[in-house]
Design a binder for this molecule. Structure first.
Ligand SMILES: C[S@@+](CC[C@H](N)C(=O)[O-])C[C@H]1O[C@@H](n2cnc3c(N)ncnc32)[C@H](O)[C@@H]1O
Ligand SMILES: Nc1nc2[nH]cc(C(=O)O)c2c(=O)[nH]1
Ligand code: SF4
Ligand SMILES: [Mg+2]
Length: 258
């Protein structure tokens, strides 16, 4: 395993590390989030992220990125070893910081897989994607000094500056079938969500229905979700948006590889 800085330094410059992708893990599970929840899927998790959400449930792809550089062939082989699956979820970290994610998606499409990309929506790439599962990051995700899991708020400004890119977000919504999946910590997030949804609607030619807007409770453990899911479910009903569970957390809590 390369040390964290290997991934970090070359995360936006894959040429520096040659061909391939920094891979944190590949595993077979049920899609736990969003409109395809419950579907058996192979997850490919890249390492490295351009943001630093304080609540990130994939700490070892963002705050302390680790992984091994792997070529696309070897990733594809591991995906194919899970013979029951015809859905692949490319996630991270932020998978779209890596140019080589496009090649992986092309190879997966050529093999007939349905592909979902889990992304924060700040980087647009042209690739064969069946569903972009975009999770734009709200102000409540910002790692202020009192909520920084690692340091002392060093990422606050950069995260705040980069968390929304309306151009990238609009391009993605117009190019792909999309769901907008917001992590909700409490009711105060809803003003920003409704405003952002209206801005996306104004900036795109695509119809973004309320059903395409998903509210997902914040929490990486069952215990944490116990404190958020009821309120978020009520908010979904109040605003007419869709609620999404975190099925994998309900089933397996925070066990690795789920
Ligand atoms: C680890 S992220 C990777 C993909 C991409 N970087 C993103 O943020 O969309 C995968 C999904 O988990 C969500 N997520 C991360 N931490 C979470 C938490 N503590 N509670 C709920 N959802 C969380 C993200 O919003 C995203 O939808
Ligand atoms: N089961 C399961 N479903 C998921 N859907 C999105 C995930 C992600 O981390 O992007 C995820 C995950 O980590 N596990
Ligand atoms: S954007 Fe995604 S991977 Fe990056 S820190 Fe936030 S939740 Fe984690
Ligand atoms: Mg996850």
């Amino acid at each position: 395993m390369p040390v964290a800085s290997d991934v970090e330094e070359s995360a936006t410059d894959t040429d520096a590390a040659g061909e391939g992708l920094p891979i944190n893990e590949v595993f077979y599970s049920l899609q736990g989030e969003g409109t395809l929840a419950g579907i058996p899927s192979v997850f490919v998790r890249t390492s490295g992220c351009n943001l630093r959400c304080w609540f990130c449930d994939s700490y070892h792809t963002s705050w302390e990125p680790t992984g091994a550089w792997r070529d696309v062939n070897s990733i594809l082989e591991e995906v194919q070893s899970h013979e029951q699956a015809n859905h692949v979820v490319l996630t991270g970290g932020e998978p779209l910081i890596h140019e080589q994610s496009v090649e992986l998606l092309e190879r997966l499409a050529a093999e007939g897989y349905h592909t979902t990309v889990e992304t924060n929506g700040t980087i647009y790439r042209d690739a064969p994607i069946d569903l972009t599962s975009i999770s734009p990051k709200l102000a409540s995700s910002t790692p202020t000094p009192d909520r920084d899991p690692k340091g002392d708020g060093e990422w606050e400004e950069k995260h705040e500056e980069n968390r929304i890119d309306m151009d990238a977000l609009s391009l993605m919504v117009d190019a792909y079938e999309t769901q907008l999946k917001f992590v909700v910590t409490d009711e105060s997030d809803l003003l920003e969500i409704t405003d952002l949804v209206e801005r996306v609607r104004a900036a795109t030619a695509t119809t973004v229905a309320d059903d395409d807007v998903l509210l997902m409770p914040e929490g990486m453990t069952r215990e944490q979700l116990d404190g958020t899911r009821s309120e978020v479910a009520e908010l979904a009903m109040e605003y007419g948006y869709r609620y999404t569970p975190r099925l994998h957390v309900d089933l397996w809590n925070d066990a690795p590889g789920t």
